[in-house]
Design a protein around this ligand. Sequence first.
Ligand code: ADP
Ligand code: MG
Length: 701
Amino acid sequence: MTNVPEIFGSMVFNDAMMKERLPEEIYRSLHKTIETQTDLDITVANAVAAAMKDWAVEKGATHFTHWFQPMTGRTAEKHDSFISPQPDGRAIMEFSGKELIKGEPDASSFPSGGLRATFEARGYTAWDPTSYAFVKDGVLCIPTAFCSYGGEALDKKTPLLRSMEEINTQALRILRLFGNKDVKHVWTTVGAEQEYFLVDRKLYDQRKDLIFCGRTLFGAPAPKGQEMDDHYFGAIKPRISAFMKELNEELWKLGVYARTEHNEAAPAQHELAPIFTTTNLATDQNQVMMEIMKNVARKHGLVCLLHEKPFAGVNGSGKHNNWSISTDTGVNLLEPGKSPYENAQFLLFLAAMIKGIDEYQEMMRVCVASAGNDHRLGAAEAPPAIVSVFVGDDLAEVLDCIEKGTSYDASGAGRMEIGVSVLPAIPKDSTDRNRTSPFAFTGNKFEYRSVGSSQSIAGANTVINTIMAEELGQFADELEKAGKDDFNKALDELIKRTIKEHKRILFNGDGYSEVWEEEAKRRGLANLRTTVDALPAFLMEKNIKLFTSHNIYTETEMRSRYSILLDTYNKIINIEAHTMIDMTRKEILPAVSRYVGQLFEVLNGKLAASEKINAKISHNMEEETAVSLSGLCDKALTELVRLETLIAKTDYKDDLDRGTYYRDIVIPAMNELRATCDAMEMLTARDMWPFPQYGDMLFNI
Ligand code: ADP
Ligand code: MG
């Protein structure tokens, strides 16, 4: 039996460890620096570094790294050893405060979107003391922010930290208006449920599309898919179970509260849900989680696929980003309260979120846009590309009554008055949890379900935090003006007006239906179907104003991100097209041609035999199959050559022009080629097909 409390966090230099290992004075000044967000004093840094190093060496570390999250959405690390040579030929382990606080990785290989001219290619990393250092694979990992020399953020952590600061400032203004003097800090919390696929490594290694693109580019459907619904919550198979056990232990050691694990809707698909924590930590932990999943899978002869759509015709993977906002006194501000006072405050936060999502719906779509996620959003298996908010029937009725000033229940208990009436108890999950909604209120938090399984959650949470900070700021402006005596009246008016003006974003129905698409259009909601549709919205004037006014991104930082996202999209489609060409030309066509040759051999044998014995021998199967396959081979070749010609184009006006061309011309050409190859797969003998098929990969474990 694993002793969970003993191993939990054993590889993390967490608060308990700091308290134990640091001189009291140092520990206190470190805390103070974190709270006041000031620079770390070098003597404190030296002491922390020394204690950290001693602890890490005990855990088997020989190296340290500034662990950061470049704009690729992955994590990066460059290892330096602690070893310091001594004049007498010996070596000691050393780690200074300077090395802890600041690092200078060679930044030139990370995307900067034009932020960093090559002559100043060196960016620097700075310790983020709000996230704990940890030991992974013999390396002390120090979570850091990554900036250019000009101070521009080159990573995903810096804007996220800025957004957390901003929502703290604005939320505190609101709490003060409600007379709350105790709360010192407000932060947002996140629990990101991670979906993933596991496939046998031996099969994976035989598929270039999985190796190069993380998803299958070919594959006829298996005779059985997910239609029997027998995978979800089904018994976990022993091999998977062994993987999950080790995964949990590894994550626990790193202080990740991995909690639930179960199979998902699709065969070979699984989910891991952590217990929520502050958004910054949750983001770090999700990055670690993805990495550990991949490593542990390898040890078990498996490969973990984090792509949003590894298999066509089978559910894809997402990441449900559960988001809430709470105080340092332990109050969840999205928890409906029991008193009129708590209710009013809850309704204000709820209204702010509704208004924010409505006003910045395009930005919500931008922050989940990627080539991989395009396969999910809008494909009737994940939330639609249209952003809307689900609040459930009960809460919808409450909001309706507030807007109309009518009474909530039939007993006519009086009209719903903010700050005076008691909110009717809203049972958690009283309505069928609407799985089709992108942004759903689930009792005491919002669940943003559009995030892709391979994406960093930093982007989505930076956006949600900032939107919320903006709306809370606007509300605070208005309420502060109203003054103490008119507070309730002003509050009532504000909430009423907000619901009236933004209720178009509320939708409790079936998000997959065509009716909703039409309805959303009538309501004037955006429907940004693809990454190429979505990304330009990043640079809408209102979005630039939003982020620059809250100091989350400078306009330059926004433009750089826009250009990286677009460039990444283009690169992915380009690699996928090349991989298809390679696999078709070098594997599929030769294999099918060999099979056709075999069929003709049999056919000739049969013809010769029937002549010899002067009797008719049936050869329909060989002839028909060979003829069909030859025809399909020729068709595939034509489509392949066309695809080659299409991607040879180089004269694009800009990256958006290129992306549009990929989306409108190249992707349809890829789909045609795939359809032809899949048709050949259906006709070809199993042992002649050049790589593992869907049935093998999805059902063999
Ligand atoms: P389920 O969705 O299966 O009913 P829960 O509602 O308990 O399960 O939680 C789902 C996810 O939401 C978990 O990862 C959990 O940690 C996270 N979560 C729960 N409460 C909060 C919160 N206040 N803030 C952020 N995430 C939360
Ligand atoms: Mg969920």
